[in-house]
Design a protein around this ligand. Structure first.
Ligand SMILES: NC(=O)c1ccc[n+]([C@@H]2O[C@H](COP(=O)([O-])OP(=O)(O)OC[C@H]3O[C@@H](n4cnc5c(N)ncnc54)[C@H](O)[C@@H]3O)[C@@H](O)[C@H]2O)c1
Length: 320
């Protein structure tokens, strides 16, 4: 019997799809989902163990890790960029305090840990195009500060205590199962809902804002592949650049218009989220991930757009 996997923040955008994928791969009972929310009608409760775990509470993490014999923690609980900018003090407590406690429990119980970093770990001083794996990281948001500090803390726990920490710097993640949690790239999800429902969208970023993006199946695949990678091949750990596509709101709208007759976009720029987006790279260089653990995304802009629209149309029809 192998030790179990614990997922924190499991009811969020990524956890809602990572947990079913892990359960499919390793067995439903092997994957313990956890969050501080309880959601009605959520499949994550029905198809395997679920626990209430506040990641800022060391005793709660410790108790669940020991009771379920957890050997790997996927630590997804965090406040995202736009929310963190509204509540920077709370963001520090959750993003850093939560990570520190997860790493301490992992050290004491010999668990491996996956922690997602973000393109938010870069800042205005970072080379914007082809952003290298190892480069300047001086972010200007609280979210970015916690992501850089988190990368360093994970590397520290690896070097100092031998904890098997691994992470990726995710770009904006696009998905249709669960809504996004308050990030700067949320427009790239909202636009699909509005396209299907109303045939038009008002975007909170400027039309020419280029950012890295990824469709959720590739994000889930990245996590599984990295955690299964041969540690002897890993030169880097926290955290690998990964990307799948780059586009602007204008380009995404044009792609959607190929499937939704008469689709229109207009702009009402939110200065806070525009400033965050302007401080992030246009395109990442993810060659280290490709070389060290075989990263290779399947979805580009046309493939992602076609599948998002098909899945959302089905989902919204079923919800009616
Ligand atoms: N979604 C993206 O586009 C994206 C991009 C880059 C990085 N990431 C990172 O991936 C991780 C997961 O992101 P997501 O999009 O699923 O976020 P999300 O906001 O959708 O979900 C986060 C979950 O954490 C839970 N949570 C909040 N505080 C908690 C606490 N104290 N204890 C336990 N749970 C708590 C929330 O209830 C929520 O369900 C985060 O670290 C995020 O920074 C996400």
């Amino acid at each position: 019997m192998t030790r179990r996997i614990l997922v924190t923040g499991a009811l969020g955008q990524i956890g809602s799809e990572l947990v079913p994928a892990l359960r499919e791969r390793y067995g439903a009972e092997q994957v313990v989902a956890s969050d501080i929310r309880m959601m009605a009608r959520n499949d994550l409760f029905a198809h395997g163990p679920f626990e209430f775990v506040d990641c800022t509470n060391l005793k709660q993490i410790q108790e669940v890790v020991r009771r379920h014999d957890v050997g790997t923690i996927h630590h997804l609980a965090a406040l995202l960029s736009a929310v963190a900018e509204e509540k920077p003090q709370v963001a520090w407590d959750i993003n850093m305090g939560g990570l520190y406690r997860v790493l301490e429990v992992a050290r004491q119980n010999r668990c491996a840990v996956f922690v997602p970093s973000s393109i938010g770990a870069f800042g205005p001083g970072t080379p914007r195009v082809g952003t290298p794996q190892d480069t300047i990281q001086r972010p200007t948001t609280m979210y970015g500060v916690t992501k850089v500090a988190g990368e360093l803390l994970c590397d520290y726990y690896h070097h100092r205590f031998g904890v098997d920490t691994r992470g990726v710097r995710f770009p904006g993640i696009i998905s249709w199962t669960a809504p996004p949690g308050g990030g700067t790239t949320d427009y790239a999800v909202e636009i699909f809902y509005e396209a299907v429902r109303h045939g038009r969208y008002t975007c909170f970023l400027r039309g020419d804002t280029s950012l890295d993006m990824m469709y959720m199946p590739d994000a889930v695949q990245a996590i599984i592949q990295l955690m299964e990678a041969d540690p002897a091949r890993l030169v880097h750990r926290n955290a690998f650049n990964v990307t799948a596509m780059q586009f602007t709101p204008e380009l995404l709208a044009a792609e959607i218009a190929r499937h939704v007759d008469g689709f229109e976009i207009d702009y009402q720029v939110d200065p806070v989220r525009q400033a965050i987006a302007d401080s992030w790279p246009d395109s990442l260089d993810d060659s280290a991930a490709r070389e060290e653990w075989g990263w290779s995304p399947r979805y580009d802009l046309p493939a992602m757009t076609a599948e998002m629209l098909e899945n959302l149309r089905r989902k919204l029809r079923a919800d009616d």
